[in-house]
Design a protein around this ligand. Structure first.
Ligand code: 16G
Length: 240
């Protein structure tokens, strides 16, 4: 399997070998990776070489180390296309997963100056502030805080929020959702994110801020979300 005369470094060849086993499903998410010693014997190379291959795979997020218990195969990341304006519910259903939410808080509050400016409403107008943990097959994927113009999106209830907000807007209120602007940046998870997303201290997350508009150009929501960087990657198509 390993070609010592290949121009490709041995650690890269081992990386490819492990990647292939993951892709073929021979190593499944949650499985423990065989110990470095075993690979070193199998390929007749030093443990340093194996460690380099493993470090690269850890950096790529394909495997992860757990202190004191070993190295494990990570869950596959979701590929989220950046072109469509979809809801969390639609995204998960599209993947054949069951979406659910855990409502952390749901309040009608007077809007702050900066959110009022983006939503084109006057300061202190009521907005719904909704905090939810978004889950796929009961696994927490993202933490979401939405600010929604209450004068525009009327009649929200806990029951609706526990289902799909976009579905309510389109099907019940018969409003057409048009477009959104979105900013994505990386950050380290804070204590709350670590606890609610069930991730580890120091794990990276992807912060997304979205402002969504109705087809007539009126902004109706600002959403700040923290997505698990170990479970998400965003893809887009670029045309020249
Ligand atoms: C997504 C959107 C969020 C929207 C929500 C509606 C991002 C970053 N955010 O999570 O803006 O409020 O979907 O989901 O994609 P729902 O219809 O399932 O309630």
């Amino acid at each position: 399997m390993i070609d010592k005369n290949s121009p490709l470094p041995i650690y890269s060849q081992i990386e490819e070998y492990i990647k292939e086993r993951i892709e073929k499903g021979e190593l499944k998410p949650g499985d423990v990776l065989p110990p470095e010693r075993e690979y070193a014997e199998q390929f007749d190379v030093s443990r340093m070489t194996i460690r380099q291959a493993i470090n690269n795979l850890v950096n790529d997020g394909l495997i992860y180390r757990k202190k004191g218990s070993g190295t494990f195969i990570a869950e596959k990341k979701f590929e989220q296309p950046l072109q469509g304006l979809t809801s969390f519910t639609e995204d998960m259903k599209g993947r054949g997963l069951t979406p659910s939410s855990k409502l952390l808080s749901f309040e009608l509050i007077p809007v702050s100056a900066n959110i009022a400016a983006v939503l084109h409403i006057s300061e202190y107008t009521p907005v719904y502030e909704i905090k939810r943990i978004r889950m796929a097959d009961n696994t927490p994927m993202a933490l979401e805080t939405c600010y929604i113009s209450a004068n525009l999106i009327k009649g929200l209830t806990e029951e609706i929020i526990n289902q799909s907000l976009y579905q309510y807007i389109e099907e019940k209120l018969q409003l057409e959702i048009g477009e959104a602007t979105q900013v994505i940046e990386s950050a380290l998870a804070n204590d709350l994110e670590v606890e609610l997303l069930k991730i580890n201290e120091g794990d990276p997350i992807l912060l997304i801020e979205r402002c969504t508009y109705l087809k007539n150009g009126t902004p109706f929501e600002i959403v700040r979300s923290s997505y698990r960087a170990d479970r998400y990657k965003f893809t887009s198509k670029l045309k020249r």
